[in-house]
Design a binder for this molecule. Structure first.
Ligand code: ZN
Ligand code: ZN
Ligand code: ZN
Ligand code: ZN
Length: 477
């Protein structure tokens, strides 16, 4: 025990606080090589410092929905009520599902867009409100978010449409549901469309992948489409930004059209933007990012995390190719979303390891609504978000990795101590000697799984600990 700790312990005893002593004995199991025996006797419970002294400007994106949210017609009100709490936790953007009326009306999750200007205000497809509520309720949600300094991100589905009326389509020699006007799935009368706006047409037969809705695959080379999606003063992009109040964009399934159209949209209206380039190949995602000139979801990181946890090989976290490793400012990291929720990529039992990883590493992290609202996760996620916004600063250095352990530093900077994340998939508490960027410092586990403090020597060497099947985030006391 160090003198400083002794003094503090005595002071605590003097005021009569109930001290809880932790008796550590980690030398009883078969230790992997490299483990250092821990002979610490009774010690006081470690106390960390107030991390808010180190606010680093980071924020976190909340994906504010899951697939088939319930109750229908009340979603905007439900999440409007959460914006105070989310802002306090450090959420600086929320991503909403597509807000416009879809073909499946009151059941639609918005990914079958029919009328881009019906945000719950025209009776069509069997309902006036969207699944999420009325236009007025959407406006209220956006105001509440803005009062809390939360930006609101619109989900833009511009690859395909649904819910038009039938018309004879000479390019297909039969009727197709490509007629969108006041009488046919487009009550707003804005951005009326017909077969020329879809593939095939007089320009070409097709564009990139059209896996879904093949007959209603929008052609972004058509003037009518470009004008109404982003060029006109009342285009979808400008109406959403200037009239509805959206701050940025999440572009759905961008593999189905050229990245130049995303770039054109963002050139026209600006705003923080991210694309769903659904691919685990980091080189392909990097190529897309450089053409679209916006951020991308870090699918490579998602799939590498899955492999690392499923194969019990955490060296994949160190060696796997991920977008953030080359493009930290363009990577939007995540653990789950509305698609993976239906078919999990990262199993529930691994999610907190994955959140610990993305919330301590570079990239802009996303929290999935259902994970945050999971009462077993919420406080743990709040602490990781606080760590992300404060000591998750500076260069990354992996200090150690093997099958069940991963230890990585964020080296901080002159005003910020940084951190060391220690993930331990072992069923036993582990110790491992590493060389940190801190010399002669007392360390605290800001997750709280290890309750005693540790100290580095003059060379930064310390035998760090992590709890069984858990993780620790060490930083200076
Ligand atoms: Zn309502
Ligand atoms: Zn086209
Ligand atoms: Zn297409
Ligand atoms: Zn190990």
């Amino acid at each position: 025990m160090k003198i400083k700790n002794m003094k503090k312990a005595l002071a605590l005893l003097f005021v009569g606080s109930g001290l809880v002593f932790h008796w550590s004995c980690s030398d009883v199991f078969d230790q992997p090589s490299g483990l250092v025996e821990n002979t610490t006797a009774a010690e006081e419970i470690s106390e960390g410092q107030d991390l808010t002294a180190f606010l680093n400007g980071n924020g976190v994106l909340m994906q504010a929905f899951y697939w088939d949210v319930e109750p229908r017609f009340d979603w905007w009100d439900l999440i409007a009520d959460k914006t105070d709490e989310w802002a306090a936790a450090g959420i600086d953007r929320i991503w909403l599902p597509p807000v416009s009326k879809g073909q499946s009306g009151g059941f639609s999750m918005g990914y079958d867009p029919s009328d881009y200007y019906d945000l719950g205000e025209y009776f069509q497809h069997g309902t006036t409100e969207t699944r999420f509520g009325s236009r007025e309720e959407l406006d209220n949600l956006i105001s509440k978010a803005h009062e809390n300094n939360i930006e609101v991100i619109a989900d833009i589905v511009m690859g395909h449409n649904s819910g038009g009326g039938p018309e004879f389509n000479p390019y297909r020699g039969k009727d197709t549901f490509t007629l969108f006007n006041e009488m046919n799935g487009n009550a707003s009368g804005m951005f009326n469309r017909s077969f020329e706006d879809y593939h095939p047409n007089s320009i070409h037969n097709n564009d990139e992948e059209a896996l879904f809705f093949e007959e209603q695959d929008l052609c972004h080379l058509q003037d009518n489409v470009q004008n109404w999606l982003w060029k006109f003063d009342n285009s979808v992009a400008k109406y959403y930004k200037n009239t509805v109040g959206f701050d940025g964009w999440r572009f759905d399934y961008v593999k189905s059209f050229s990245p130049e159209f995303v770039a054109a949209w963002v050139d026209e209206v600006g705003g923080w933007s991210v694309g769903e380039f659904f691919d685990g190949n980091a080189n392909l995602v990097r190529d897309w990012v450089s053409s679209a000139e916006i951020n991308a979801f870090d699918f490579p990181c998602l799939f590498q995390m899955r492999d690392a946890f499923e194969r019990n090989d955490l060296t994949i976290l160190q060696n796997g190719d991920m977008l953030w490793k080359t493009n930290p400012n363009e990577s939007v990291t995540f653990v789950a979303n509305h698609d993976t929720d239906r078919e999990p990529v990262i199993a529930e039992e691994y999610k907190l390891y994955a959140y610990a990883y993305i919330l301590t590493h570079p990239g802009y992290p996303t929290i999935f609504y259902l994970d945050y609202e999971n009462e077993e996760f919420k406080e743990k996620l709040n602490q990781l978000i606080l760590i992300n916004r404060t000591i998750a600063s500076g260069e990354v250095e992996v200090l150690y990795a093997d099958g069940d352990e991963y230890i990585a530093a964020r080296k901080g900077n002159a005003d910020n101590p940084g951190l060391v994340l220690y993930i331990n998939r072992n069923g036993l508490e582990l110790n491992r000697e590493v060389t940190t960027h801190w010399s002669n410092e007392d360390l605290h586990d800001y997750i709280g799984g290890i309750t005693t403090s540790l100290s580095t020597d003059a060379n930064g060497v310390v035998s760090l600990k992590a709890p069984a099947n858990g993780y620790a985030v060490w930083s200076v006391k």
